[in-house]
Ligand binder design. Structure first.
Ligand code: 5GP
Ligand code: ZN
Length: 114
């Protein structure tokens, strides 16, 4: 999508601190971290959010969990644990309409956090 911040980041048109990349996914450090480790994982395909997924996205949606697993391991979070957040829609506070998983870790986290 032409006018999408995260599409531009995944294509390298806007700089970011890359953590991981493969054919389908791109992971980079959040510009305003809310935890000691805060990385965003995005599909290269433009999908607005979970609410807008269709059957055509089944493959990328399934693979995204494995990309998240891989990135969390690269970040060294797999032993201690981490939180994965998909803000979806306005009331959830989604500010960028390109589906992204926040991987949060490096500290003890409270739950519930709503
Ligand atoms: P949302 O609020 O949509 O769930 O999350 C969007 C996230 O993207 C926020 O945590 C925000 O800090 C991050 N973000 C927004 N613009 C940029 C940017 O230009 N670069 C990076 N690395 N992160 C961004
Ligand atoms: Zn996009």
């Amino acid at each position: 999508m032409d006018d999408c911040l995260f599409c531009k980041i995944s294509k390298g048109e806007i700089p970011s601190t890359k953590v991981y990349e493969d054919d389908d996914f791109y992971a980079f450090k959040d510009i305003a971290p809310v935890a000691p480790v805060h990385v965003l994982v995005i599909p290269k395909k433009h999908i607005a959010n979970i609410a807008s997924l269709t059957e055509a996205d089944a493959d990328v949606a399934g693979k995204m969990l494995f990309a998240i697993q891989k990135v969390a391991k690269l970040l060294g979070l797999d032993k201690d644990g981490y939180r994965v957040v998909f803000n979806t829609g306005e009331k959830a506070g989604q500010t960028v309409l390109h589906m992204h998983a926040h991987i949060l870790g490096g500290k003890e986290m409270a739950w519930p956090g709503v």
